[in-house]
Structure formats: C-alpha cells, structure tokens
Design a protein around this ligand. Structure first.
Ligand code: SAM
Length: 254
C-alpha cells in the first residue's frame, strides 16, 4: 500500500516510524511518503494561505499549492504503481463523514491513499471541486465531533487504524477479529494471570471462573454476552445502528 501525506508539518508524522507501522514500512508492506505543501509555492514567503473572501476570522488555504501538489504526488505515485493507478484522496475534516472501523476496513484494501492535511480555517472549496471534476475519488473524514488545529493528528489515527488491518502487519490476525467495533460491538472484558490478585488496597480480585474452565464454547458464549451487555450500557447507539442494518451485532439485547 502506498500512502502520501501532504502537510505543512512533516515532523508531525514522525511517529509513523515507530512500532508496528514502522515495522510495516521497513518490511515494505507500507510505502509512506510525506510531502511539505510549501514546496509547491513559488513566492519568496512560500505562502499557502490568505484571508477569507467575504471576510471573517482566520485564514484559508490557497488553492494553487494544493492543485500543484496533487499533480506532483499523482505523477510520482503513477510512476511507481503504474499509469492506471488512481489514489483515494482523503481530507481529514470535522465536517466529513465519521471515520469508523468499517471505513478503516474498506480503506485497508486500497493500493494508494493520499492524505491532505488542512490547517487554519480550512482549504479553499474549489480544491475539492477541481479534484472531483478531474475524476479523483475524494473522501472527507472526521475523527470526531470536535475541532483539531490541523489534519495531522487525524492522519496519524486514520493511518494506524488502516495499516494494522493490512494482512501481515499485526502478527496474530485473529486478534483483529474480536476487537471492539469489528462486529459493531465493544470488546468483552480482558483478564490475564494471576487469576487471583490482591490489589494494593488488600482487596482480593478474582478473574471470572469460567475463563479457567477450559470450555471454549462456554467461554465464547460468556464473552459474547459480556460484549452485548457492555455495548448496551456504554454505547447503546451501536446496538441500535446494527439492529437497523440487521448485521452480526444485531442479536438479541441482553
Ligand atoms: N473551520 C473548520 C470548521 O469549522 O469546520 C475547522 C478547521 S480546523 C481548525 C483545521 C484543520 O484541522 C481542518 O481543515 C482539518 O484538516 C483538521 N481537523 C480539525 N478537526 C478535525 C476532525 N475532527 N477530524 C478530522 N480533521 C480535523
């Protein structure tokens, strides 16, 4: 998978050299390129923003550097992936569609994603129109209902969520199947050794006995029940959504 990131702060993406994503890069599973948007300006001050037309607070990102950057990145990607290659261009945006596990799953199957990190008040609307009219697939993705200073933190989160689903990145692929959100449910409670633990306040805390039973059928049923109960308590909206969709999570409520 090839990933390009366009940003004013390339250093923000440094954590993608660490841990499992860093390993996936070193192993060639993910080919990540980070580009400085200012490299696509031509004035002395390397200007990427200007005041909003119509007035108002803050600054708006100018269209010209973006158009030039997208052209250059697409040319570089096609040189590597072949002339037929087409990227999905993702703009992190608080006004975009909520980024969810299902989106991560879908995007993990893509060959090429270009992330465009906004800053200031955002990007001139004509950039999106220009890409869409040029036949480029564009998605606006929101990390949540709050406003960040820029798209970089969203790209870190989205990239990690996608790349860990690419085959070969997480050692034990089974661990991805039962995770929160993979089936529209939250994960069941987890325990490890010691099965009996006295906490620092002197309280003895036992792991549920069923987990020591060795009966995998009963353990699976208990976990499923716990997942449903936890989802009903913490995120009833998830159960309602899966019921509406009629998918795997839409089993009887506890
Ligand atoms: N004026 C914009 C608005 O009201 O929708 C907010 C701009 S924000 C300060 C600057 C940039 O941060 C955005 O262009 C986007 O790239 C990124 N951003 C902010 N919040 C985000 C979120 N919840 N999800 C994804 N990206 C976000």
């Amino acid at each position: 998978m090839r990933i390009d990131v366009l940003t004013l702060f390339p250093e923000y993406l440094a954590p993608l050299e660490l841990s499992l994503i860093g390993k996936a890069r070193r192993e060639g599973i993910v080919d990540l390129h980070v580009h400085q948007l200012r490299d696509f300006t031509h004035d002395r001050h390397r200007t990427v923003d200007d005041t909003p037309l119509g007035g108002g607070a803050g600054m708006v990102m100018k269209p010209e550097p973006w158009a030039e950057a997208f052209a250059a990145v697409q040319a570089a990607g096609r040189a590597e992936l072949g002339e037929q290659a087409r990227p999905l261009v993702v703009f992190p945006n608080p006004a975009g569609a909520p980024f969810a596990q299902a989106t991560a799953q879908e995007w993990s199957g893509r060959d090429w994603i270009v992330f465009a990190c906004g800053r200031y008040e955002g990007i001139d609307e004509r950039v999106y129109e220009h890409l869409a009219d040029g036949g480029v697939e564009v998605a606006l993705a929101s990390l949540g209902d709050y406003v960040l200073n820029g798209g970089e933190v969203a790209v870190l989160a989205i990239t990690e969520a996608i790349v860990r689903l690419v085959p070969g990145v997480v050692g034990n692929a089974e661990s991805l199947v039962e995770e929160s959100h993979s089936e529209g449910l939250l994960e069941y409670p987890l325990y490890t050794r010691p099965a009996s633990w006295t906490d620092p306040d002197g309280t003895l805390r036992e792991a549920p006995e069923i987990l020591l039973s060795g009966d995998h059928g009963r353990i699976a049923a208990w976990r499923r029940e716990q997942s449903l109960a936890r989802t009903a308590q913490r995120r009833p909206d998830l159960l309602e959504a899966s019921e509406r969709r009629g998918d795997a999570g839409a089993v009887t409520k506890p």
